[in-house]
Structure formats: structure tokens, C-alpha cells
Design a protein around this ligand. Structure first.
Ligand SMILES: [Cu+2]
Length: 443
């Protein structure tokens, strides 16, 4: 924590009273009255659209279900066969046949999936810390899934130089990976142990209803709040705190991923599954302490965040999370899946693994639509996600980056370390490898 003595700015030498973000934010919150949630239905001006509705519906149906579908995804099985393209597996063939009816898949949950809450068996969710992912769910029935989350604030190393007070769910940034199944009802309990006095809650993009659960789960210090939320759509979803001021809670580390499996899992089994989440941090320059030294701890910067100029861009919450601390690992020939999320709060990620090609990409975290194949870079917006599969067959270190590549110098690099025998039929030279000295991308 910063002391309360007068300090000098490292940039201009002027003295100032250090400002800690938490009291500032607390003041902001108190200035904002408790926000009433309107129960009036929103007024939607539909008169013009309504008069055109039959025409619009017909055109949409024709485009999505008919002409477009048959053009993009021909039903002729021989058009692209798995044996002709090794990265396309049999599940894709199956999905290709089904895609013409993809709109039909969005029908409400079946009777077997939509079981009254009072009749659901209880189960405790298995929660994992990044980069680990809970095991695939094998049950074929919905449950009342208990998800307990505890909020706290803790100073931790953010970069090799600076510490920062991160706010978290269950003590980790990103928060735990939550795996569920469509039709499950999540019983989410938030217990607020943040001693700074900030309230916290959850807006989970997998929940349907106002605020994604935020207004039902806002917990003050030492308070617990719970809500029940039916999972109606499969896919990979971001969750985050949405207590006011929302951007600050996200910027300080309060986010994670929830994967909602379809009733019948469409993701093919793989050898390794990992959880990676990108985010930015915005901090002020380090203060100069009375002893003349630059502080080793930096504070949140609202102005920098407003300008969308981050000081730090990282995977899994800190500069070293995916390099020194917990790099991803696999063996030559193993299939690797990365559940990737972008917490933002501002930047879109151009997610890329140098030297790897994603054999499958489930864009926007959709497991209802068929995946794309043989993709090098995937665009993932703030609050968005993607599921990416690859199968490296050459050993070595693969750098995980945001291909907005200057962000590398803000911390956006991780490693996938692949072990195994060399594969000269794919990758060779008569001369030894000679990485540039000090290069983060080819260590
Ligand atoms: Cu919060």
C-alpha cells in the first residue's frame, strides 16, 4: 500500500498527495444513488419494421436457411471429406450436414433439459484456476449447479517491475473457469470479502435477464448474495463484475470464463484443454517515495483507461503468468484446445500462436455453428471469446501473442512448450537455430 506522505511525480517532479484508487472509487459509488431497475417494458419503435416484417422474415429465412446455407455448406458429403483434409474430423462432417437446420437448434430447451428448479439434483461445480480447465461434463441431465465465488483485493506482482492491487473472484485473475451444461441452473453465490468496502457482483454473459445477474448479486462488504440462473444457450461466455463504476472493476481483474456445454457435446475430445484470458491494466507512473526511490507499486489510472491507453496487456492476469509461472505444455502430435477470452476492458485481441495454425476455431465461442478451419489469427472483442484447437507436430516453444504486436512490450506474450522428437519432414535446416538475443518471442 502507498503511504500517505507527500510524494513527487516521477515525470515532472511536482509534489502531490498520493491518491489511492479505492477511496476514490468508494466516493464515486456513494455519489451514485442506488440504481433502481425499471420494471416498465422498454419502448421499442416498431411501426415501420412491423409493416415490413413479413418481407424481412421471408428474406432472412431465404438467406440463412436456404440459399446461403446451401451455398456455404453443400450437403454433398464428398465436397470436403475428412480423409482429404486431416484437420477436418468426422464431427465436422456431421455438423456440416446439420447446419442447414442450425436455426432449428436454437429452439427452446427440450422437456428433458428444462426441468423445474425444485426437481433438479444439486451438484457443486468444479472450479479451476487458469490455465487449467475442469473436466468435460459426462452427465446427460441438468442439475442445480452451485458456484460459490468470493471477492477480494490483493496486491500482487503485475509485471517484472511493478506490483498492483488486483481485485478478484476466488483470489485469482482471471477468476475460476466454470463448466456447466445447457439446461443447468447455476446457483451463484457471491461473498464479498473485499476489505476496501467496494461492492461486487456478477454479470455473466451466459445468463439471460436484466444485467446478466448483476442487480441480484450485488454484495456489500462481508455480505453474501445468491441468484439462480438457467443456462439456455451453449457456448463460451465471459463473466465479470458489474458493480459501479463497472469499467474499474473489470480493469482491476474481476472477470473469467464460463463454458456451457451443449446437451450433446459438439467439441471433439482433445488431449489437453487450457484456459487463457487476455486483459489490459491502466496505471499511473510510479510515485517517488520520500527516500527518493521510485515506488514498486503502481496505482490505477482512470484518465489512461478513458483514453484507452493501457500500460500493461497480459494473458492470465500478469506478465509472467504464461511464461515463467504456468506456460502451456503438450507433446508432439497431441491436440491442444485453448478456451480463450478477452476481458478487455477496451482492446480487441488479434489472438495468434506463432508457428501454430488453429485446425479449428469456434468463433465468438459458438459451439452451435460449425468451426472454421486452418486459421492463424482470430479476432476476439472485449467481452468475447473463441475456442481454438491446434496440434503442433514440431517440438519447441510457441509464443502466444496478440498480433497487435507492440502489445508484446506491454506484456502480451505466453508460451506453449511442446516436447518430443524433431520432425525434419516438416521443419528443418542444415544450420542451427539462432534466435535473436533477448527475443521474447523465440526464447
Ligand atoms: Cu467488483
Amino acid at each position: 500500500m502507498a503511504s500517505t506522505v507527500t510524494r513527487r511525480c516521477a515525470l515532472n517532479g511536482r509534489s502531490f498527495m498520493p491518491i489511492r484508487p479505492s477511496p476514490l472509487i468508494r466516493r464515486r459509488i456513494r455519489l451514485i444513488p442506488a440504481r433502481g431497475i425499471s420494471t416498465d417494458p422498454p419502448k421499442i419503435h416498431t411501426s415501420k419494421l412491423a409493416s415490413q416484417a413479413p418481407l424481412v422474415s421471408f428474406a432472412a429465412a431465404l438467406a440463412t436457411g436456404g440459399l446461403l446455407g446451401s451455398f456455404l455448406y453443400p450437403t454433398d458429403k464428398k465436397a470436403v471429406s475428412p480423409t482429404e483434409h486431416p484437420s477436418i474430423d468426422s464431427s465436422f462432417t456431421l455438423r456440416k450436414q446439420e447446419v442447414g437446420a442450425s436455426e432449428e437448434k436454437l429452439k427452446p430447451l427440450t422437456e428433458q433439459e428444462f426441468v423445474e428448479i425444485s426437481k433438479l439434483p444439486r451438484e457443486r461445480a468444479q472450479l479451476t484456476v487458469a490455465p487449467e480447465v475442469p473436466a468435460r461434463i459426462e452427465r446427460d441431465y441438468p442439475v442445480l449447479l452451485e458456484v460459490p465465488l468470493t471477492t477480494s483485493a490483493k496486491v500482487a506482482q503485475l509485471t517484472s517491475v511493478y506490483k498492483y492491487e488486483r481485485w478478484s473472484f476466488n483470489g485469482s485473475v482471471p477468476g475460476p473457469f466454470i463448466r456447466a451444461r445447457v439446461g443447468d441452473v447455476v446457483e451463484l453465490t457471491i461473498t464479498n470479502k473485499d476489505e476496501s468496502g467496494n461492492p461486487h457482483n456478477i454479470d455473466c454473459h451466459a445468463f439471460t435477464g436484466p444485467g446478466g445477474g448483476a442487480a441480484l448479486t450485488t454484495a456489500e462488504e462481508n455480505e453474501s448474495k445468491a441468484g439462480k440462473f438457467r443456462l439456455q444457450h451453449p457456448g463460451l461466455y465471459v463473466y465479470h463484475c458489474a458493480a459501479a463504476p463497472v469499467p474499474v472493476h473489470i480493469a482491476n481483474g474481476m472477470y473469467g470464463l464460463m463454458y456451457v456445454q451443449p446437451a450433446e457435446e459438439t467439441l471433439p475430445p482433445v488431449d489437453k484443454e487450457y484456459y487463457v484470458m487476455q486483459s489490459e491494466f491502466y496505471h499511473e507512473p510510479p510515485e517517488v517515495d520520500d527516500d527518493g526511490r521510485l515506488s514498486k507499486q503502481v496505482e490505477f489510472s482512470y484518465p489512461n483507461a478513458l483514453r484507452e491507453e493501457p500500460s500493461v496487456v497480459v494473458f492470465n492476469g500478469s506478465e509472467s503468468a504464461l511464461t515463467r509461472d504456468k506456460p502451456l505444455k503438450s507433446n508432439v502430435g497431441e491436440s491442444v484446445r485453448i478456451f480463450f477470452g478477452n476481458a478487455g476492458p477496451n482492446l480487441t485481441s488479434s489472438f495468434h500462436i506463432i508457428g501454430g495454425i488453429f485446425s479449428r476455431v469456434y468463433r465468438d465461442g459458438s459451439v452451435v455453428d460449425p468451426p472454421s478451419h486452418s486459421i492463424a489469427t482470430v479476432s476476439v472483442p472485449p467481452g468475447g471469446s473463441a475456442i481454438t484447437d491446434l496440434q503442433p507436430n514440431v517440438p519447441g516453444t510457441y509464443a502466444i501473442v496478440d498480433h497487435s504486436i507492440f502489445r508484446l512490450d506491454k506484456g502480451a506474450v505466453g508460451y506453449l512448450n511442446v516436447s518430443g522428437d524433431p520432425n525434419p519432414e516438416v521443419y528443418q535446416s542444415s544450420q542451427p537455430a539462432a534466435p535473436c538475443v533477448g527475443c521474447k518471442l523465440h526464447p
